[in-house]
Ligand binder design. Sequence first.
Ligand SMILES: Nc1nc2c(ncn2[C@@H]2O[C@H](COP(=O)(O)OP(=O)(O)OP(=O)(O)O)[C@@H](O)[C@H]2O)c(=O)[nH]1
Ligand SMILES: [Mg+2]
Length: 337
Amino acid sequence: MDELTEPLTQGNRRALSRAITLIESTRPDHRARALALLAELPQRQALRIGLSGTPGVGKSTFIEAFGKMLTAQGLKVAVLAVDPSSARSGGSILGDKTRMETLSRDPNAFIRPSPSRAELGGVARRTRETVRLCEAAGFDVVLIETVGVGQSETLVAEMSDLFILLLAPAGGDELQGVKRGIMEIADIILVNKADGDLRETAMRTVADYAGALRLLRKRPYDPEGFPKALPVSAYTGEGLDKAWSNMTWLADWRREHGHFDGRRAEQARHWFLAELRAGLLARLDRPEVRARLREMGDAVARGESDPDSAAAHMLDWLGAAECDSLTAGRQAHERRA
Ligand SMILES: Nc1nc2c(ncn2[C@@H]2O[C@H](COP(=O)(O)OP(=O)(O)OP(=O)(O)O)[C@@H](O)[C@H]2O)c(=O)[nH]1
Ligand SMILES: [Mg+2]
């Protein structure tokens, strides 16, 4: 058994941090150890909540207030971030720390920022595995935050039980700005900043989005009335309890109707294939392989070989050349089985 396994399953935070560092490492021996560790962890279930919103919508402020509300109820909350943009400055990470100051000092909360300058695929794997670590460490709720750009929302939705879209109060024409694809993966839309001067606009925005949600095709894993839009204020805390009761109600409904485990099973299948695809692509990205690819590509360009047989030959060659590097993964798989 790995020395981290026992303290980790007892909820030791240092062990959790060290385990996360281990799975973030790209060193092959670390990778082998990480896979073995993940394979021997107990299967516990937290509620995985994905949270997305554009910069400035109030994600950090919301997580601080919402997280504190949950820890006050005795729940253990982990906060992870998926942030693939290298454009993100050190300044805003510092800003996050001050915005989540109380939560980060809360013994029932654990906050782990996204590793910087990692590519999206790597961040996805790291976050997925970190979720598993947090579950094994006994967290009840895992919040996965992502800034609303590009593909990161879909990635987060695919590792969450519930997907929450945080929006700002806005006029009717800005409603169009939210991409349909994002609306389609949301379970609950929260219109933040429903306080002070913005309150009235926020209420109108909620009604606008409620209308837009009703027009979407019904998904088999939605009960009557979902997806829905609700107002919240991360500042005043208004609406946070209602947002939470809607989340737990929806999760319970899905559990009772087999959709909770069903969706997780589909997600596991999806990630298996995604990881496989990424692994196959990574095999092409090695010096000796790149050299070989160049040679073959030249031969194809000169007309000495045709594209299809060259590709088939290359696949054969890769299969023979790479067999032994798979041992780590196979061993971990067998240990689990
Ligand atoms: N009025 C009002 N302002 C809020 C509320 N929540 C956040 N804000 C303000 O909105 C601004 C952005 O808040 P953040 O929590 O940093 O937003 P964010 O989504 O984390 O932003 P990024 O980390 O840059 O993506 C700050 O000035 C907050 O004080 C709210 O409920 N009401
Ligand atoms: Mg933030």
